[in-house]
Design a protein around this ligand. Structure first.
Ligand code: HEM
Length: 230
């Protein structure tokens, strides 16, 4: 049966990848498009209820969605390499660009967003019991919000390159080195990641600014790839 043959292995990985990718990015967009504006208007009781009862549930699917998207994505890259597809190809350059952006987003979920949300949830539970809030919880929330906005920003080029790997007829020039492109990519993504860990909201304060910045970043990375390596 074709579906269970070795040739269909990649399809199984893709299927898993799509389902967990939707689970993850669906929650990310829910937080940024709906929950954040809701929290800005909600009264204290509604905010407390959301943090205690809803946030643990959404955070569960969000972080495990991220985990299995990440694992299935790298499994597919491993599978392609095993089939002899070189990384220093147009496919490899494009999928590594999307995959590294996705990996930075995965790290932001597990190292910035979730650890802080865990404390914010615990603090809301304590306050509801009449105890004091955990000190510094507002600063933790602000950093988690920057991490979350950074992921919304990165999701735009990440999905562009993810979808382009097999569908964009870009050819790389055999006489050009990939080093200038990868240096440009490392500087740009490194600065954005540094900002997520230590910096400010800047243009990501508003959702519209985040989306415009994401589209600009996509174009910059695309043209860097086309002109430096194509
Ligand atoms: C976390 C790191 C990630 C890695 C390493 C990764 C890796 C991959 C790989 C290797 C492919 C196959 C590319 C091809 O040959 O067409 C792929 C496809 C895809 N990925 Fe990811 N991915 C990651 C994150 C994500 C996320 C967060 C999403 C969000 C939904 C996503 C959505 C997709 C989609 C829609 C495709 C299909 C592209 C196509 O068939 O044209 N990926 N990914």
């Amino acid at each position: 049966m074709t579906l269970f043959s070795g040739a269909a292995a990649e399809l199984w990985m893709r299927w898993v990848h799509y389902i967990f990718g939707i689970l993850w990015i669906g929650h990310l967009y829910y937080y940024n498009f709906s929950q954040t504006p809701y929290m800005a208007e909600a009264d204290a009781a509604a905010k407390s209820s959301l943090m205690q009862k809803l946030q643990p549930r959404t955070m569960f699917w969000f972080r495990w969605g991220a985990m299995f998207t990440f694992l299935s994505g790298w499994a597919m890259i491993g599978h392609k390499l095993g089939m002899g597809v070189p990384l220093a190809s147009a496919w490899g350059t494009i999928i590594l660009t999307g995959g590294i952006l996705g990996t930075l987003m995965f790290l932001n979920v597990w190292l910035i967003i979730w650890p802080r949300n865990k404390i914010m949830i615990e603090s809301a539970v304590r306050v509801a019991k009449g105890e004091a809030a955990i000190p510094g919880v507002a600063d933790l929330g602000a950093r988690a919000a920057i991490g979350s906005r950074t992921n919304t920003l990165l999701s735009i080029p990440m999905l562009f390159f993810m979808g382009s790997a097999s569908h964009l007829p870009l050819t790389l020039s055999p006489e050009k080195s990939l080093v200038p492109y990868w240096c440009t990519f490392a500087i740009i993504s490194g600065l954005i990641q540094l900002n997520a860990a230590k910096g400010k909201m800047g243009p990501m304060q508003k959702l519209g600014g985040t989306i415009h910045f994401g589209i600009l970043l996509t174009l910059v990375l695309y043209f860097a790839m086309e002109y430096l390596a194509g």
